[in-house]
Design a binder for this molecule. Structure first.
Ligand code: ZN
Length: 131
């Protein structure tokens, strides 16, 4: 199961990579396109600064490339192998999937990227939840 304290939890839900207490994103819904990448500057629980350096999240573009390929392969397998569509339809399915999931892919890649540099810190959590 996915629970707090696992890297996957922070990656899937976009919560602070240090304390897993709150979302890094201002807007919960990634499909509100004007706010897809709008993030809080710091975590209000543990005061972690998300953007460690000015161009920190540029690196997440490499991650989003990888995730994009994974989504494309999944779309291809589902349409071409599972539903046995033609290659053209399978190709369209890939394009459609990449467009439809773009906000999710963009956030996922940021979440993965930041989790490469920051780890869950239990001491921060217990301090924050002890109210
Ligand atoms: Zn935090």
């Amino acid at each position: 199961m996915i629970r707090k304290g696992m890297k996957l939890y922070s990656i899937l839900f976009g919560v602070c990579p240090k304390c897993h207490q709150e979302s890094m994103y201002v807007e919960k819904n990634p499909y509100k396109l004007t706010d897809t990448l709008k993030m809080h500057e710091r975590c209000s629980h543990c005061n972690t600064k998300y953007q460690m350096e000015p161009s920190f999240f540029y690196g997440s573009m490499y991650v989003s490339y990888g995730i994009g390929v994974a989504f494309a392969v999944a779309a291809f397998v589902i349409s071409y192998l599972l539903f046995q569509t033609s290659l053209v339809v399978a190709f369209l399915a890939i394009v459609f999937t990449l467009i439809a999931f773009m906000p999710v892919i963009m956030r996922l890649s940021r979440n993965i990227w930041i989790n490469l540099f920051m780890n869950y810190d239990k001491s921060v959590t217990t301090k924050a939840s002890r109210k």
